[in-house]
Ligand binder design. Structure first.
Ligand SMILES: [Zn+2]
Length: 135
């Protein structure tokens, strides 16, 4: 039983996340998720209410997007330009489980809620996923 739990935890932690960082729920966050520094450590903060609203597949895609920012070094550089956001989406499209990417793709096409996303439309974001995931 202990091993089963361990295997489940390992599987969850390997879900699109090369190097997991602390993921902190904050219902006051004005966005779905963001990666930042807290006391010198990289963390992801996410809004659990938005996650409940969006469902686990789409929510996890947004977390994968933040892992994209981390793995592409955007957090270290402190750059948050439009291109870094599309690059983080592309990273997530290549690294997240395909079901999450497909869920995010339809969500963007339907112009679903994207949180505090200042760059481009849902269609542009869906197009980017389509190209990067190679469906
Ligand atoms: Zn972003």
């Amino acid at each position: 039983m202990k091993y089963l739990i361990l295997i489940i935890l390992l599987t969850l932690s390997l879900n699109a996340k090369a190097e997991p960082v602390p993921e902190i729920a904050d219902p006051k966050l004005g966005d779905i998720a963001l990666a930042t520094y807290i006391e010198g450590e990289i963390v992801i903060i996410y809004n659990p209410n938005y996650c409940n609203m969006l469902g686990p597949l789409i929510c996890n895609f947004f977390l994968a997007h933040e892992y994209g920012h981390i793995n592409l070094g955007h957090i270290l550089m402190g750059t948050y330009a439009a291109q870094t956001d599309f690059d983080a989406d592309c990273w997530a499209a290549k690294n997240a489980p395909i079901l999450q990417v497909q869920a995010a793709y339809s969500h963007f096409l339907k112009k679903g809620f994207m949180g505090n996303w200042p760059h481009g439309t849902g269609d542009q974001r869906a197009q980017g996923l389509f190209k990067c995931a190679g469906f």
